[in-house]
Design a protein around this ligand. Structure first.
Ligand code: NAP
Length: 321
């Protein structure tokens, strides 16, 4: 059966060959498509199961330039999608199940169709690890957050919990003390994985209280988070912390499973870039959190999307028959 692709004019299409296929529809993917489509490169986005990426799970976005009063995450992503379609990008809401980057044109298989492209941009992002406790999902974006830079300013003068013992947890806890009254740093061990310099900065910060050998048991609240139950596993003691939020900083999983064995990944599973946005496979590029574990912002992902699109355009000018 032929896949039904809906483009700007909403007419079903059956096209399967494109200049560029972008896998992923977060800020990196949409921005890349706006640039490639404007450069008259026939572009398909295969959006995956959560079109819009992580921003679909957030509420207010205050730090994306251009929106003086802020914008809701889903609204920002819908607007990016409309802009991509207006530029001529075809978007299909399907999931990629396999890729073949061994020969050109590259082949990309979704649940319902096989597509071909001269160039590919991987923009599949990364997924924050979840603790997996009761209430975590229920209160996501209602007090539970996976990004302090994004959501910290919403927690002015509140007590909050940060979970984790790595550099991200230290960095987020320190950052959050700018807004919060007090930060409870909850870590499951009695030693930190974070670098010494980050540990020392956190230890020196009077607003941070460490809870060692402690795990989060449950997130509770009404409209928003009001309490977190934690358990000291050594003392076998349960405590309820009266807090307004939980920042989970226990690492991210790059969405690269599909590309294992075909694209070079680094030791943490992120795509290893070779030269600007080029991967080790000529004609395959990457943009956003799928290779960037340092900045992880919507605006930096969008910027990487722009860079990848410009690299693709140059590549196609030099290589397309
Ligand atoms: P990470 O280094 O993998 O640390 C994850 C932390 O979360 C560990 O302390 C781990 O505990 C804990 N954890 C994992 N799963 C958990 C679970 N299910 N429940 C409770 N705790 C859990 O991740 P990261 O901190 O995001 O850092 C990722 C990389 O980015 C690292 O290489 C880091 O150095 C780098 N980074 C650097 C900076 C900086 O230099 N400023 C800032 C941010 C990140 P255990 O220790 O018990 O395993």
């Amino acid at each position: 059966m032929q896949a039904e692709i809906r483009s700007e004019n909403k007419k079903p299409e059956t096209k399967r060959k494109f200049d560029v296929i972008i896998i992923g529809a977060g800020p990196a993917g949409y921005t890349a498509s706006i640039y490639t489509s404007r450069a008259k490169r026939d572009t398909l986005i295969i959006s995956g199961i959560l079109p819009g990426g992580q921003l679909m799970l957030t509420t207010e976005v205050e730090n994306f330039p251009g929106f003086a009063k802020g914008i809701l995450g889903p609204e920002l992503m819908t607007t990016m999608r409309e802009q991509a379609e207006r530029m001529g990008t075809t978007i299909i809401d399907d999931e990629v199940v396999n890729v073949d980057f061994r020969h050109k044109p590259f082949k990309i298989l979704t649940y319902s169709e096989e597509y071909e492209a001269e160039a590919v941009i991987i923009a599949t992002g990364a997924t924050p690890r979840k603790i997996g406790v009761k209430g975590e999902q229920e209160f996501s974006a209602r007090g539970v957050s996976y990004c302090a830079t994004c959501d910290g300013p919403f927690f002015k003068n509140q007590d909050i919990v940060v979970a984790g013992g790595g550099d991200s947890a230290m960095e987020e806890a320190i950052f959050l003390t700018k807004f919060a009254n007090k930060v409870h740093l909850v870590h499951r061990k009695d030693t930190l994985r974070a670098s010494k310099v980050m540990q020392n900065r956190a230890f020196e910060n009077k607003k941070i209280q460490f809870h060692w050998n402690t795990v989060i048991e449950e997130v509770k609240g009404n409209q928003k988070v009001t309490q977190i139950t934690v358990k000291d596993t050594k003392a076998n003691k349960v405590e309820t912390l009266e807090v307004g939020g939980l920042f989970v900083a226990i690492g991210h999983e790059p969405n690269t499973k599909l590309f294992k064995g075909q694209i070079e990944l680094d030791d943490q599973g992120y795509i290893a870039l070779k030269n600007h946005t080029h991967t080790n496979v000529e004609g395959v590029f990457a943009a956003g959190d799928v290779h960037d574990h340092r900045y992880r912002q919507a605006i930096t992902a969008a910027a990487f999307g722009c860079m990848a699109a410009i690299d693709v355009d140059k590549y196609l000018s030099e290589h397309k028959a």
